[in-house]
Write a protein that binds this ligand. Sequence first.
Ligand SMILES: [Zn+2]
Length: 64
Amino acid sequence: MTDVTDADTGSCHSCGATDEHVTAVHRMYVVPEDWETKPSQTVEDDIGLWCFSCRTHYPHVLVD
Ligand SMILES: [Zn+2]
């Protein structure tokens, strides 16, 4: 995966790791299907800086 655009070194807003290569993302909340809930996903307006590990593990949308 090559996402060098806007990559910068800093602390991750999600896990707090420092000296990580962080990328600007919108956090995405995914609601799994339930017996009375339809699956849905919500994208936050707020921008966070996430490290590679968080971008691997949590749903998000890259900021343009
Ligand atoms: Zn992180």
